[in-house]
Structure formats: structure tokens, C-alpha cells
Write a protein that binds this ligand. Structure first.
Ligand code: RIB
Ligand code: CA
Length: 307
């Protein structure tokens, strides 16, 4: 029984690693990818998502371009951590398969309107602009979603683009607030957990030893991510932010969670974009608190060997 999935992302080097995992997994039925402006502008996130489908021999997965800017705030990008192309580590190329026809937000709405109750899991690894816009246009689409799995926010770890805010939420806090307030069940993988799983050299060495034909692509991405991360974060290795969403979906036993109700600061000021995961028994959100990094990378190895 595979899990019907829509992935909304802003590739982005770690989004690209996440897409490799999702597209390699026989357990996931990736019905579509929708892209959003985030790490780099929309035309690049959309090209990069299509590149990953081609590199993973998955031309069957349509890529729909979504929103080109946040709902309200001025746009921010993150080329420092992803390169000007957004796909550092790979030589960009124009993919054979064009963008799918239609706006990503419209595709989300039409797909979820036609879905059975709880049919889809939605992965979001960029600013939440697309899913928020779809929910504003038609709140009834929530019926078609069983769970959101979000790479978003921070609490004990503090922010990565300001001392208080994580990039995906900071880039569109109003969208994040709409999603968190929607009542849709969500698993939230924040910096609190992604900073505990990093692309350490010994882990990359294990990937290099694989005979899997697609392993070199992931090695190139992770080595580029480490090069960029170490330039800005005093030698630290790249956190596995977006890949954690797929790891959670495929192997939830590798993670610890606590029930919560996450709110987002949308008032301008020092803590603009901060996430606050208030403990709440029976709350709509599962705030992920821990990860088994060894198990995480074993999962990546297993997926590469399947691809
Ligand atoms: O803060 C990390 C998140 O911001 C990741 O999704 C990364 O791709 C960037 O979008
Ligand atoms: Ca991302």
C-alpha cells in the first residue's frame, strides 16, 4: 500500500536530496511536485525540481510552478546556502520534460477537491505560500489531506536566518500562520531536530562506497551543501533539513515527537517569523524533538540502493 503524496518545495540543495529519497522510494506514490519561490526564485526552483525528476528517471512525476512571491512580506532568498543556481553541486541543465500546465496552487486545489477523505499526505519543505493560498481559496480541501509534514520553524535551537526565525517560516510567516491555524494535523520537523542530523564526512564516505548508480549525485549535493554551510556556520556540516520529512514519513520510529499547537509571530519586529510550539495534549501538531541519525543515513543508503 503506497502513500499518495504531493511534495511542495523550493529546491534548494536539501530539497533536492529530499526529492531523491522520495522519488527512489517504492513505498511512496509521488503524484505531483509543486514549486514555490524560496531559496531561489520560482523559475529556478521549478527548473531544479524538474532536473531531479530527470536525474532520478522519474519523468512521470509532473512539476507545477506555484507562487512566485510570499503572500504579504517582501521576498527573501538563500543563495548563500544553495548557490546562485539553487542546486549547488550539480551542473544545471534544461530538463527534457517541460513544466506541467497550470498553476501549482490550482493543481493542489483541484487534486484535493477530487480526493477521498484523507487521501493525501502533503510534504512542504519551503515557504508555505502555495498550500496557504489553496486553503484560503478553498478551505474544504483540508478534507483531502490526512497529514502535512513540514520542515519549518525552531524553538530551543533558535533561528537560522534571524536569531529567532527559521528560513521557511521567515520567508512567508503569514502563510505559515494560515497553515498552522488550519487545524490540519501536521508533523513539524524544525531546526531543533534537523540540526542534530548533519552530513558528516564519515557519512558521506559511506555513500561514496555504495555501488548505487545515483549515489554520486547525492554525494555531490551533500559535499556542496557542506562547503556552503561551513563558510557561514564556522565549519559546521550541512543539516539534513528537508530530507528529514521523507525520513519521518518512511521511518517514523527514528524520531521522537511531542504534541503541540504551533503558532507563528507575524507582527513586525525582532521575533518576526518565530514559531512557538506550545505543549498541548491532543494538539493538532506533532513537534519532532529527536532523531536517530545513524538510522537516518542507513535509510538514505537503502533508498539509493533501490534506485
Ligand atoms: O531552514 C531550512 C529550510 O530553508 C530548508 O527547507 C532549506 O531548503 C531552506 O528552504
Ligand atoms: Ca527547502
Amino acid at each position: 500500500m503506497t502513500t499518495p503524496l504531493i511534495i511542495d518545495c523550493d529546491p534548494g540543495v536539501d530539497d533536492a536530496v529530499m526529492l531523491m529519497m522520495a522519488l527512489a522510494s517504492p513505498a511512496l506514490d509521488v503524484r505531483a511536485i509543486t514549486t514555490v519561490a524560496g531559496n531561489v526564485p520560482l523559475h529556478l526552483t521549478s527548473r531544479n525540481a524538474r532536473m531531479m525528476c530527470q536525474l532520478m528517471d522519474r519523468p512521470d512525476v509532473p512539476v507545477f510552478a506555484g507562487c512566485s512571491r510570499p503572500i504579504l512580506r517582501t521576498p527573501v532568498t538563500a543563495e548563500d546556502f544553495h548557490g546562485e543556481s539553487g542546486i549547488a553541486g550539480l551542473d544545471p541543465f534544461e530538463p527534457d520534460t517541460p513544466l506541467a500546465t497550470g498553476h501549482g496552487v490550482v493543481h493542489l486545489m483541484e487534486t484535493l477537491r477530487a480526493a477521498a477523505p484523507g487521501e493525501y499526505t502533503i510534504i512542504v519543505t519551503g515557504p508555505m505560500t502555495n498550500i496557504a493560498a489553496a486553503l484560503v481559496l478553498d478551505p474544504s480541501i483540508a478534507r483531502g489531506i490526512s497529514r502535512l509534514i513540514l520542515m519549518a520553524g525552531a524553538d530551543t535551537e533558535g533561528g537560522n536566518i534571524t536569531p529567532f526565525a527559521e528560513f521557511n517560516v521567515f520567508a512567508d510567516p503569514h502563510a505559515a500562520a494560515i497553515v498552522m491555524d488550519s487545524g490540519i494535523p501536521a508533523t513539524v520537523l524544525s531546526l531543533d531536530v534537523t540540526h542534530t542530523v548533519r552530513a558528516e564526512p564519515e557519512r558521506i564516505a559511506q555513500l561514496k562506497a555504495l555501488k548505487a548508480p545515483k549515489a554520486p549525485i547525492m554525494v555531490n549535493l551533500l559535499e556542496a551543501a557542506n562547503d556552503l554551510e561551513s563558510r557561514w556556520k564556522e565549519g559546521l556540516k550541512a543539516p539534513m533539513h528537508d530530507p528529514s520529512t521523507i525520513a519521518f514519513l518512511l521511518a517514523p520510529h527514528l524520531f521522537g515527537t511531542r504534541p503541540a499547537r504551533v503558532t507563528v509571530v507575524t507582527d513586525s519586529g525582532e521575533v518576526f517569523g518565530q514559531t512557538r510550539p506550545a505543549p498541548m495534549a491532543g494538539g493538532p501538531h506533532d513537534w519532532v524533538t529527536a532523531a536517530d541519525a545513524d538510522g537516518f543515513f542507513q535509510l538514505i543508503e537503502d533508498l539509493l540502493e533501490k534506485s
